[in-house]
Design a protein around this ligand. Structure first.
Ligand SMILES: NC(=O)c1ccc[n+]([C@@H]2O[C@H](COP(=O)([O-])OP(=O)(O)OC[C@H]3O[C@@H](n4cnc5c(N)ncnc54)[C@H](O)[C@@H]3O)[C@@H](O)[C@H]2O)c1
Length: 342
């Protein structure tokens, strides 16, 4: 029997890529999203790539009763991957209430139902933002968490604690995946980052500038004490990240987890600066990017990158794509997407 997995936020960027890997690994997938930052038409693309039509529920997870209707219709849900959240660091600084309400109420509801319906496995999308303004990298899972620079980061720190407190008392096993900076697109060129709200992550901003949808882009902060003055991050290909979720589920379903919860960093293991990423894009695309140097952005930290040894040892996961692959796939995706939009 195939295990049934409910993917929340499944029409979003990471969720949609993960659904493909789940299907390819043999899981039976259902998906819920409220469409606040994605469009359900992404499931047509998933079907094109996998041949599988994924059942979709257009539901806001903050609505407990409607969310429960999924569990009533699908009596046996073995696993949940909880992606659904709002994710903009800078937006969360301006709209903290919206972020706390959406990210925490949805999490509490889905956890309540996980316990009530005896779901076996729960994977939570956490983020490297939980480490806060770190002074040294790489960070591993034992690096103490500092105060985070944004309400978004706090929803992930609090979210991790809520998952751990709620599921400790239940039969549901959990894994918290701390993603670093997901980027890139599916190698088919059919699927990539396509948010409804204007993207604020670096790579889509670069490709949107290159294609002409934005006139120019701003590099926020070039006076940080880093090798070239811009922020340093760990860019992980979205397909590597998607694969980490199937590995995490397998780990639980194969009975390899010996304690109630586990935390894993999912990153590429080294840091690249914003200016280095821009140069990587220019190399891959052969284009010159129109960018300007600007002020630092509230909520941003100077530098962070991962130590992913734990994921390698325990989940048998490691990144297969590099920064050129990220830029290449993101650029192909942007060109395909724009030719459909125009
Ligand atoms: N992309 C990143 O840079 C990054 C980094 C670290 C962690 N994360 C986390 O990974 C997860 C997925 O991120 P993503 O990049 O795919 O974002 P995304 O915005 O593309 O996907 C999130 C999806 O959740 C849906 N959603 C939001 N609130 C909802 C609600 N209340 N009910 C139902 N659906 C809801 C949105 O419509 C969207 O489709 C998020 O939890 C995010 O915080 C993302």
């Amino acid at each position: 029997m195939k295990e049934k997995v409910l993917v929340t936020g499944g029409t979003g960027y990471i969720g949609s890529h993960t659904i493909i890997y789940l299907i390819e690994t043999g899981y039976d997938v259902i998906c819920v999203d409220n469409g606040i930052n994605s469009d359900k038409s992404v499931l047509n693309v998933v079907e094109k790539i996998t041949g599988v039509r994924v059942p979709y529920f257009h539901i806001d997870l903050c609505d407990l009763e409607r969310t429960e209707s999924i569990f009533k219709e699908h009596s046996e849900i073995h696993g949940i991957i909880h992606f659904a959240a709002l994710k903009s660091v800078s937006d969360s600084v301006s709209n903290p209430i919206i972020y706390f309400r959406n990210n925490l109420v949805s999490l509490i509801n889905i956890l309540e139902l996980s316990v009530k319906y005896n779901v076996g496995a729960f994977i939570f999308s956490s983020s490297c933002t939980v480490y806060g303004d770190v002074t040294h990298s790489p960070v591993d899972e034992d690096t103490p968490l500092k105060e985070t620079a944004s309400p978004y980061g706090r929803t992930k720190q609090i979210g991790e604690q809520i998952v751990s407190d709620v599921l400790k008392q239940s039969n549901t096993k959990s894994i918290l995946l701390r993603y670093f900076n997901p980027a890139g697109a599916h190698p088919s060129g059919l699927l990539g980052e396509s948010p409804i709200n204007s993207p604020q992550n670096l790579v889509p901003v670069i490709t949107e500038t290159a294609i002409g949808r934005r006139q120019k882009m701003i590099v926020y902060g070039t006076d940080y004490p880093t090798r070239d003055g811009s922020c340093i991050r760990d860019y992980i290909h979205v397909c590597d990240l998607a694969r980490a979720h199937t590995k995490a589920l397998n780990y639980i379903f194969e009975g390899k987890q010996d304690k109630p919860g586990d935390i894993f960093n999912i990153g590429i293991g080294n840091g690249l600066s914003v200016l280095e990423i821009i140069r990587a894009f220019e190399k891959v695309s052969g284009l010159k990017l129109n960018y300007e140097k600007g002020e630092r952005r509230p909520g941003d930290i100077m530098a962070i990158f991962s130590d992913y040894k734990k994921a390698k040892e325990q989940l048998d996961w490691f990144p297969e794509y590099n920064v050129d692959d990220i830029m290449n796939t993101a650029w192909i995706w942007e060109q395909n997407r724009s030719s459909q939009i125009l």
